[in-house]
Write a protein that binds this ligand. Sequence first.
Ligand SMILES: [Zn+2]
Length: 468
Amino acid sequence: MSQAQTPPSEDALVAALDATVARASHSPLYAERLAGVRIGRLDDFWRLPRTTRADLQRAGVHGTRAVPLSEVCHYGESSGTSGGGVNATWLTAADVARDAAALRAAHPAVFGPGRVILNRFPFMAAPAHIVQLIAQQGGGVAIPAGNINWDVPFPRALELAQRAGAQVVAGLPLEPIVLAEIARARGIDPARELAVDALFLGGAPLPPAMVRRLARIWDARVVELYGSTETMLLGTSCALGTLHLYPALAHCEVLDAAGGSADEGALLVTTLGVDGSPLVRFEVGDVVRRVGACACGETRPGLLVLGRATEVVELGGRRLWPHDVQDAAAAAADALDSSVFFVVVLADRIVVRVETAGAGGDPLGAWHARLPGVPVEIERVRPMDLLDVELLCRSPHVYKPVVSSDWRGGGRRVVTVSEGMIEWPRPTAAEGRRWFGRVWRAMRRRRALARSLAPWPPGRPDAMGSGA
Ligand SMILES: [Zn+2]
């Protein structure tokens, strides 16, 4: 086990917290509030003020930076609180390397010499660079195919995975869903015809029902990655689906509304493995629940991320966590043999729109098994009405910028640099008609749902109220 895998003893934790406080006091954000502070016991630490996202935003772009720019190799930012500001993070090479080493050590079955990794994390997200580093440290062969890049649209990503024999797909949770839909449209079964045996997914909620479905349709093990731009790596899931923390990289506290230590509450993080922009008692914004000992044998503590406190849904006298709503919706979609769903929260119910081609299935049973009594309407929609794979497959062709064009042959006749960089698809008449149909159905549904913000007519087919 590497150092990052072992929960520290209390003495080691106090020493690590003291070192973080000392490092952080070099940043403008903490220069005053941590001046002269030493941590000799945990009590000293618990007295320190929390750090909010608003604090980071007020501190400005260089506010969290605790080392000279000459020691920094990576800048990242996330949107701050309302007002349009940003939270800036500066990382040293050692900061990024620590996360890469910890991930590689924790997941030897995913990352190893010769393992081909399709790295689809967006270029601006830190995991994109951590995955590259994992490969450079001996954890495999990375294909830097970040999505949200013009040069690697989804169809090309699928072709890359096929051609290079990728065993790992790393990216946002939507990635394997889109790739599987495109594969299916091309008559390819991801489980049997692709070499992928591991999905390494983070950056958005990944409910257990979706994990099980992705594992099945890809015949792959799913590893969930949890962290944030500000805190970097916080946890990854084990084979049993428990999100295990990395106590040597970040100290996590769970606090109730009164500020006391709790099993469920707000997550506060103190970075132990970040030199560039260290944070002390940072309010991540997620509500989490501690989970007990995991049967996988891992001794690192486990956490369930319930979601942002601001995204809680109050319905039928209950408070619903985003995690539970997403999980129930994914289960309902799975009951219709679908990965593609969209959740609309109305005043009196939740509408789960699910793409499905067939009849049958018991989506209401799947929903109510997870959220009994929560009023839901399951709406079956045509394939591609929610996720238009046809359009995704017709994403723009991207060329290297050209400054000259030879018109004499049969190639493209370009007259500007901009034209030379990108060529938007020109849909055929049939594609245009299908695309228009999807847009029109979405518009019609939006109008109907807006009308139904008024009370819901009882006894509708394909729907179930709380008392039904
Ligand atoms: Zn476990």
